[in-house]
Design a protein around this ligand. Structure first.
Ligand SMILES: [Zn+2]
Length: 364
C-alpha cells in the first residue's frame, strides 16, 4: 500500500504518518502461489506439518507473528490485510495452545535464537501501534491462554480519543460505499473514484495536503474528517463512539502493562525521518512516554509501516535499541541481523490450515 514511500520530514508536532507495510499488500496471493489448500491438506494428512514442525530447521528458527488490529466492527472488510476478527484471533491462540507451540516473550526468544537454545515450535506474538481493539480483544484472549506478547506502541495519539487521521479519512471514504466522490469544500472539485485502497489514498493525500496548507493540528484534522463524513453521508459520531482506529488511552496502556504485556518502541508519531536528529527525537519521545506509562525502559523497536533504510541500523544502536523488527515476511534465523528481524504478518485472509503451516515453519 502506498504509505511506504519515503517519509516527508515535517516539523509539525502532531504529524502522524501512519502506514501499511508494503508487504501487507498481497500476502495471501503469495501464499496461494506456494501451495493450494488441497495440497496443504494432503501434506498435513500424511504428517508433513508435524515433520516440518519438529525439524532441526524449525527448531533453530523463530516465528515472530505480526498483528495490527482486531476488528471492533467491520475493519477486516475495510483492510483485510491489517485486521483479523476476534474469532480468528482466538482460533489462532487456541491452535498455538493445543499444538504445543512455545510462545515466548520477545526478549527471551531473541536471546535464545542467538544461543541456539530455542524450545520446539517457538513463536513470539507482536502487535503494532496499540489500537483500542488490542485492549478490548487481544488482551483478554492473551490472558486466557497466559501467552506473553509484545506491543509496539506509537504514543502521540494516546492523548487523543480520536481516530488516527490518515486511517480515519480512508475509513470514512470506504464507509460511504460510493464509487466516486467530489469534495469541492475541501479543495477536490473533480469527481474521483474511491473503490480501491489506492484510489482512496489519492483522496486521503489531497485532504491531508489541504489540512497541512491550513496548519491544522490533530483536533482540527479530526474536525475535517467529521466534515468530510457529513458531506458524504457517513455517521462520524458512530465511528467516534465505537472508538474505531483510536490508540489506547494512557490509562489503558498502564493497565495493559500491568497485565504483563511487554510495551516497546514504534516511534512517537509513527514515522521514521531520514535525518538523524529527527529520527532520534522520534525514539526519545516514544521512549519517554512509554517509561512514564509503564515504568520500564523499552529496548526493542519495530519500524512503522515496515519502512527502513540501512542508515537506521547504526542510529538505532546509538539510541540504545537492541533489536528492530520489520514486516519482511520470513521466519527469523540465528544469523538474522538484530536491526532487521523478519516477521510473518497474519491477516484475515489466512485460514487456519495455512496458519498451521506457517507455525510448522513451512512456506515462510
Ligand atoms: Zn505501525
Amino acid at each position: 500500500m502506498h504509505f511506504g514511500e519515503p517519509t516527508r520530514i515535517l516539523h509539525v508536532e502532531d504529524y502522524f504518518d501512519v502506514g501499511l507495510p508494503e508487504q501487507a499488500k498481497e500476502p495471501r496471493v503469495r501464499f496461494r502461489k506456494k501451495l493450494s489448500t488441497a495440497a496443504l491438506k494432503a501434506l498435513r494428512a500424511v504428517g508433513g506439518f508435524t515433520i516440518a514442525a519438529d525439524s532441526a530447521r524449525r527448531r533453530n528458527s523463530l516465528l515472530i507473528l505480526c498483528y495490527h488490529g482486531i476488528s471492533l466492527a467491520d475493519e477486516h472488510r475495510w483492510l483485510p490485510s491489517l485486521y483479523i476478527t476476534p474469532q480468528q484471533f482466538r482460533e489462532r491462540l487456541r491452535f498455538l495452545h493445543r499444538s504445543g507451540a512455545s510462545v515466548l516473550p520477545l526478549d527471551e526468544a531473541l536471546a535464545r535464537l542467538r544461543l541456539g537454545s530455542l524450545p520446539p515450535r517457538s513463536v513470539v506474538l507482536t502487535f503494532d501501534d496499540g489500537f483500542v481493539d488490542y485492549f478490548e480483544h487481544a488482551l483478554p484472549a492473551l490472558q486466557e491462554y497466559n501467552f506473553p506478547c509484545t506491543l509496539y506502541l506509537t504514543t502521540h495519539y494516546c492523548d487523543y480519543r480520536l481516530p488516527i487521521i490518515n486511517l480515519g479519512l480512508d475509513y470514512v471514504l470506504w464507509k460511504s460505499r460510493k464509487s466516486t466522490v467530489s469534495l469541492p469544500k475541501f479543495g477536490i472539485p473533480e469527481r474521483l473514484p474511491l473503490i480501491t485502497f489506492e484510489q482512496r489514498q489519492v483522496l486521503v493525500k489531497r485532504l491531508l495536503e489541504y489540512a497541512r496548507e491550513r496548519g491544522m493540528n490533530t483536533v482540527d484534522k479530526d474536525e475535517l474528517a467529521r466534515e468530510v463524513a457529513d458531506d458524504i453521508g457517513v455517521n462520524y459520531e458512530a465511528i467516534l463512539n465505537r472508538r474505531l482506529l483510536q490508540i489506547m488511552t494512557p490509562e489503558e496502556v498502564i493497565e495493559t502493562a500491568r497485565a504483563g504485556i511487554d510495551i516497546q518502541l514504534h516511534t512517537h508519531r509513527h514515522r521514521v525521518p531520514r535525518e538523524l536528529a529527527l529520527f532520534r527525537r522520534e525514539i526519545e519521545d516514544n521512549r519517554r512516554r512509554i517509561i512514564e506509562l509503564t515504568g520500564k525502559t523499552p529496548l526493542h523497536f519495530c519500524y512503522p509501516s515496515g519502512e527502513y533504510y540501512p542508515e537506521f541500523f547504526g542510529w538505532l544502536d546509538q539510541c540504545g535499541v537492541q533489536s528492530a523488527t520489520t514486516c519482511d515476511m520470513a521466519i527469523a534465523q540465528r544469523n538474522s541481523q538484530a536491526m532487521q528481524i523478519p516477521r510473518m504478518l497474519d491477516d484475515s485472509g489466512m485460514d487456519l490450515l495455512r496458519f498451521e503451516s506457517v507455525v510448522a515453519g513451512l512456506f515462510v
